[in-house]
Design a protein around this ligand. Structure first.
Ligand code: NDP
Length: 223
């Protein structure tokens, strides 16, 4: 049987790189979506796919390249994300910061899903890497543009799950916890491995029909 094919966006560093590395170890053919391929150090079994998730032309070119080369995609991990307003309060967030956060963290994942879903077979999985910061049930005042963009990503997840259910494609959101990456910083309590485990559970271990939920460490969490 051919190896399943997985695309991980934002895979140049941090959680995306670790998820790509682990999926390759699991026997997947892994495509690492990166916006600047010159910055990505190679990983065994991982192919670099130029993909800026805010660039419409790049998204369409990437989907076309995957279609021509493999004819299908089994797993999409929408991992790419930005955090621009860690030091800002809601009353000071400039519209441009909110706009760029939404572009990268919510609209980008939706556009990537729209472009790649036609290549996904029944049983395909889309995993949206969200954040506890996007939970409406546990709102905080930290990084408001980031949190609003992750709430939007959660809404995208619910809508995508419903839209793709008839085709048997499963769509879920996941929080990796607070992880030691460039974004999470050195004081974060979780290792890269622990954060990647939370994401990979949805790809490797979750029941095949699980869809439309928000998860951390294999347990459902509130929106
Ligand atoms: P990092 O900042 O370490 O890495 C982010 C990655 O996303 C980089 O490779 C970056 O590319 C890429 N990226 C950013 N914008 C784009 C874009 N427009 N197109 C393609 N790639 C892009 O973050 P983490 O690894 O910590 O985070 C990964 C995901 O996990 C994010 O969605 C984040 O919100 C989420 N998350 C992280 C937490 C944490 O504690 N670390 C907690 C909760 C959620 P480049 O290298 O070119 O800059």
């Amino acid at each position: 049987m051919n190896a399943p094919i997985a695309l991980v966006t934002g895979a140049a560093r941090g959680l995306g790189r670790e998820v790509a590395r682990r999926l390759a170890e699991e026997g997947y053919t892994v495509l690492a979506g990166v916006r600047d391929p010159s910055k990505m150090k190679s990983l065994p079994g991982v192919e670099i796919l130029p993909l800026d998730v805010t660039d419409e032309t790049a998204i369409l070119a990437a989907a076309d390249a995957v279609k021509r080369r493999y004819g299908r995609l089994d797993v999409l991990v929408n991992n790419a994300g930005i955090l621009l307003d860690e030091e800002m309060g809601l009353m000071d967030v400039p519209p441009d910061v909110l706009r760029r956060s939404l572009e990268a963290n919510a609209i980008g994942p939706l556009r990537v899903a729209q472009a790649f879903a036609p290549l996904m077979p029944k049983g395909g999985r889309i995993v949206n890497v969200s954040s506890g910061g996007g939970q409406l049930s546990a709102s905080s005042t930290w990084a408001p543009a980031y949190c609003i963009s992750k709430t939007a990503l959660n809404a995208v997840t619910v809508q995508l799950a419903a839209a793709l259910k008839p085709r048997g494609i499963r769509v879920n959101a996941v929080c990796p916890g607070w992880v030691r990456t460039d974004m999470g910083g050195p004081s974060a309590p979780r290792s890269l491995q622990q954060g990647a485990d939370s994401i990979l559970w949805l790809v490797l271990k979750a029941a095949p029909d699980l869809t439309g939920g928000f998860w951390r460490d294999g347990a459902r969490i509130p929106w």
